[in-house]
Design a protein. Structure first.
Length: 164
Protein backbone atom coordinates (compact mmCIF):
# COMPACT_ATOMS: atom_id res chain seq x y z
CA UNK A 1 0.00 0.00 0.00
CA UNK A 2 1.21 3.46 -0.88
CA UNK A 3 -0.15 6.80 0.34
CA UNK A 4 0.23 9.77 -1.97
CA UNK A 5 -1.29 13.15 -2.72
CA UNK A 6 -4.62 12.90 -4.49
CA UNK A 7 -4.81 14.04 -8.11
CA UNK A 8 -7.81 14.96 -10.26
CA UNK A 9 -7.84 11.49 -11.86
CA UNK A 10 -8.62 10.00 -8.41
CA UNK A 11 -11.79 12.00 -7.86
CA UNK A 12 -14.20 9.59 -9.59
CA UNK A 13 -13.09 6.80 -7.24
CA UNK A 14 -13.19 9.14 -4.24
CA UNK A 15 -16.75 10.08 -5.23
CA UNK A 16 -17.72 6.40 -5.49
CA UNK A 17 -16.28 5.55 -2.06
CA UNK A 18 -18.09 8.47 -0.47
CA UNK A 19 -21.35 7.63 -2.30
CA UNK A 20 -21.24 4.19 -0.66
CA UNK A 21 -21.17 5.77 2.80
CA UNK A 22 -23.88 8.28 1.91
CA UNK A 23 -26.20 5.48 0.79
CA UNK A 24 -25.44 2.81 3.38
CA UNK A 25 -24.37 4.47 6.62
CA UNK A 26 -24.55 7.44 8.94
CA UNK A 27 -20.78 8.03 8.76
CA UNK A 28 -21.69 11.15 6.80
CA UNK A 29 -24.79 13.27 7.20
CA UNK A 30 -25.03 13.82 3.44
CA UNK A 31 -28.18 12.29 1.98
CA UNK A 32 -27.30 12.77 -1.70
CA UNK A 33 -23.81 11.88 -2.89
CA UNK A 34 -21.95 14.79 -4.46
CA UNK A 35 -20.78 14.25 -8.06
CA UNK A 36 -17.12 13.97 -9.08
CA UNK A 37 -17.09 17.69 -10.01
CA UNK A 38 -17.66 18.51 -6.34
CA UNK A 39 -14.59 16.45 -5.47
CA UNK A 40 -12.49 18.18 -8.13
CA UNK A 41 -13.45 21.52 -6.59
CA UNK A 42 -12.71 20.19 -3.10
CA UNK A 43 -9.26 19.01 -4.17
CA UNK A 44 -8.50 22.38 -5.77
CA UNK A 45 -9.67 24.29 -2.68
CA UNK A 46 -7.61 22.20 -0.26
CA UNK A 47 -4.55 22.35 -2.51
CA UNK A 48 -4.87 26.14 -2.66
CA UNK A 49 -5.03 26.28 1.15
CA UNK A 50 -1.99 23.97 1.42
CA UNK A 51 -4.08 21.33 3.20
CA UNK A 52 -3.61 17.62 2.54
CA UNK A 53 -5.86 15.41 0.41
CA UNK A 54 -4.40 11.91 0.27
CA UNK A 55 -5.25 8.55 -1.25
CA UNK A 56 -4.07 5.08 -0.30
CA UNK A 57 -3.57 2.76 -3.23
CA UNK A 58 -2.47 -0.77 -3.96
CA UNK A 59 -1.24 -0.99 -7.54
CA UNK A 60 -3.84 1.17 -9.29
CA UNK A 61 -6.75 0.55 -6.87
CA UNK A 62 -7.75 3.37 -4.51
CA UNK A 63 -8.26 1.79 -1.07
CA UNK A 64 -9.32 4.95 0.73
CA UNK A 65 -8.75 8.64 1.09
CA UNK A 66 -8.30 11.34 3.72
CA UNK A 67 -8.22 15.08 3.80
CA UNK A 68 -8.17 18.00 6.21
CA UNK A 69 -10.42 21.00 5.76
CA UNK A 70 -10.75 24.21 7.74
CA UNK A 71 -12.87 23.54 10.85
CA UNK A 72 -15.06 26.63 10.39
CA UNK A 73 -14.97 29.41 7.76
CA UNK A 74 -14.22 32.32 10.09
CA UNK A 75 -10.58 33.54 9.96
CA UNK A 76 -9.87 32.85 13.63
CA UNK A 77 -10.29 29.11 12.90
CA UNK A 78 -7.55 29.09 10.23
CA UNK A 79 -5.21 26.99 12.41
CA UNK A 80 -7.83 24.31 13.13
CA UNK A 81 -8.90 21.61 10.70
CA UNK A 82 -11.39 18.77 10.61
CA UNK A 83 -10.10 15.46 9.34
CA UNK A 84 -12.01 13.06 7.11
CA UNK A 85 -10.93 9.46 6.53
CA UNK A 86 -12.87 7.02 4.35
CA UNK A 87 -11.88 3.45 3.53
CA UNK A 88 -13.24 1.74 0.43
CA UNK A 89 -15.90 -0.92 0.95
CA UNK A 90 -14.29 -4.29 1.68
CA UNK A 91 -10.97 -2.72 2.77
CA UNK A 92 -11.74 -2.20 6.47
CA UNK A 93 -9.46 -3.81 9.04
CA UNK A 94 -6.43 -3.81 6.75
CA UNK A 95 -4.67 -0.74 8.11
CA UNK A 96 -5.82 1.66 5.40
CA UNK A 97 -7.15 4.20 7.90
CA UNK A 98 -3.91 4.17 9.89
CA UNK A 99 -1.84 4.44 6.72
CA UNK A 100 -3.79 7.57 5.79
CA UNK A 101 -3.89 9.18 9.24
CA UNK A 102 -0.18 9.55 10.00
CA UNK A 103 0.78 11.46 6.84
CA UNK A 104 -2.42 13.50 7.11
CA UNK A 105 -1.43 14.69 10.58
CA UNK A 106 2.19 15.23 9.54
CA UNK A 107 1.14 17.35 6.57
CA UNK A 108 -1.28 19.35 8.72
CA UNK A 109 1.56 20.13 11.12
CA UNK A 110 3.81 21.16 8.25
CA UNK A 111 1.04 23.46 6.98
CA UNK A 112 0.97 25.24 10.37
CA UNK A 113 -2.21 23.63 11.67
CA UNK A 114 -2.38 23.64 15.47
CA UNK A 115 -5.41 21.44 16.20
CA UNK A 116 -7.28 18.73 14.30
CA UNK A 117 -10.91 17.97 15.11
CA UNK A 118 -12.69 14.69 14.35
CA UNK A 119 -16.48 14.65 14.11
CA UNK A 120 -17.52 11.01 14.39
CA UNK A 121 -21.11 9.96 13.82
CA UNK A 122 -22.65 7.34 16.05
CA UNK A 123 -22.27 4.53 13.56
CA UNK A 124 -22.62 1.57 15.88
CA UNK A 125 -18.93 0.86 15.28
CA UNK A 126 -15.96 1.99 17.31
CA UNK A 127 -13.52 1.83 14.38
CA UNK A 128 -13.25 5.58 13.80
CA UNK A 129 -13.06 6.32 17.52
CA UNK A 130 -10.31 3.71 17.93
CA UNK A 131 -8.38 5.01 14.91
CA UNK A 132 -8.38 8.54 16.26
CA UNK A 133 -7.49 7.42 19.80
CA UNK A 134 -4.49 5.48 18.41
CA UNK A 135 -3.22 8.73 16.93
CA UNK A 136 -3.55 10.74 20.13
CA UNK A 137 -7.00 12.26 19.74
CA UNK A 138 -8.95 12.75 22.96
CA UNK A 139 -12.68 13.00 23.42
CA UNK A 140 -13.99 16.57 23.64
CA UNK A 141 -17.71 15.87 23.93
CA UNK A 142 -20.86 14.46 22.40
CA UNK A 143 -23.51 16.36 20.50
CA UNK A 144 -26.76 14.50 21.08
CA UNK A 145 -29.26 13.82 18.30
CA UNK A 146 -27.89 16.46 15.93
CA UNK A 147 -28.51 14.51 12.73
CA UNK A 148 -31.42 12.53 11.36
CA UNK A 149 -30.75 9.92 8.71
CA UNK A 150 -32.06 6.47 7.79
CA UNK A 151 -34.99 6.90 10.15
CA UNK A 152 -33.08 7.63 13.33
CA UNK A 153 -31.48 10.42 15.32
CA UNK A 154 -27.70 10.37 15.38
CA UNK A 155 -25.19 11.70 17.92
CA UNK A 156 -21.73 12.92 17.01
CA UNK A 157 -18.61 12.41 19.07
CA UNK A 158 -16.05 15.22 18.94
CA UNK A 159 -12.39 14.29 19.34
CA UNK A 160 -9.37 16.56 19.06
CA UNK A 161 -5.61 16.48 18.82
CA UNK A 162 -3.12 19.27 19.41
CA UNK A 163 -0.32 19.21 16.83
CA UNK A 164 1.94 21.96 18.18
Amino acid sequence: MRVRAAIPADMARVAAIYAHYVATSVATFEVDPPPPDYWHDRLAELTERNLPFLVAENASEILGYSYASQWRPKPAYRFTTEDSVYVAPGQGGRGVGSALMKPLLDQCATAGIRRVIAVIADTGSDASRALHARFGFTEAGVLNQVGYKHGRWIDTLLMQRLLS
